[in-house]
Each structure stands twice: as C-alpha cells, then as structure tokens.
Design a protein. Structure first.
Length: 155
C-alpha cells in the first residue's frame, strides 16, 4: 500500500467493519491457514488488525485499521471464493482498536459465527442487531484473552 499524504499532526481515522458470510463447500482448515498466513504478512503492512471467527458453515470477521485500507481489504475479501453472501453487520469510525496486537486473531469452531448468523441474518439491517453485535465482540475478546492465558501456561 502506498504511503498517504497525511501529515503527522492529522491522526488517521480508524474504521472497524464486521461481516458474516456463508462458507463454500471448498472451504477447509487448509483454507483458513492460508487466510491467516496471508493476514500475518499483509495486514501489518496496511495497518490492519482484526478477528476471523470460522466454522464449517460460516465466517464472521472484524477488520479494523485505516479507513482506506479497511475498505480496500473488504472489497477483496467480499470477492473471495471461499465464502459467499457477505452481510455487513457494522461499520464505524472508532478511536481505538479492539484487536490491536493481532494481525488477524482466529477463533475456530466455537459456534459464535453460526449463532450470530442465525440471530442477525434474517434482519439484514445493521442497526437492529447492534447490541447483540457489541455483546458478541466482548465475548470474542474474552475468548481471545482466555486463549492467550492458556497458551502462556503451556509454554
């Protein structure tokens, strides 16, 4: 990504975007590992952080970073053949990151994406599920923090 014209006294706006999608039949654990490897290389270069929650049938992803970088990444992600029917759950300017320190955190198979898909997809309107999305974000952070503590104990 090319450097921006912004001066140092103009803070970059952070954008947080969250979407749900349906996994395609070709999606498998190798596909997830490929996504995570690419994220670990490319996301830091663009200032992107976030979370990917995957199950056999759904993806839920949070992408946060500079506005233009998030918009460009979502444009590429929306066209990815490993999933279909992306539904935008939320997009907002934020002051702070929720997933700073994770180029792309990953939670697999714990049902978050499937549960949210069942609850929110029929609405197809972001604002109607905002409280549920916020509660789920807190749940993600709790899950990731617990995972980090467990990983630290096993080192």
């Amino acid at each position: 990504m090319a450097p921006t014209d912004r001066t140092h006294d103009q803070p970059e706006h952070l954008l947080r975007l969250m979407y749900l999608s349906t996994a395609t039949p070709t999606n498998d654990s190798g596909s997830i590992q490929s996504i995570l490897r690419a994220s670990s290389v490319h996301n830091p270069l663009s200032g992107i952080t976030g979370l990917l929650c995957s199950s056999r049938s759904h993806f839920l992803q949070v992408i946060e970073g500079p506005e233009q970088a998030v918009i460009e990444l979502y444009g590429r992600v929306a066209k990815d053949p490993r999933h279909r029917d992306p539904v935008l759950l939320g997009i907002e300017l934020v002051a702070d990151r929720l997933f700073a320190g994770w180029s792309m955190a990953h939670i697999e198979g714990d049902g978050h994406a499937d549960e949210l898909y069942r609850k929110l997809l029929p609405r197809r309107h972001v604002d109607q599920g905002k409280q549920e999305v916020a509660a789920l974000m807190r749940s993600f952070i709790d899950t990731l923090n617990a995972k980090q503590r467990t990983d630290a104990l096993h080192r």
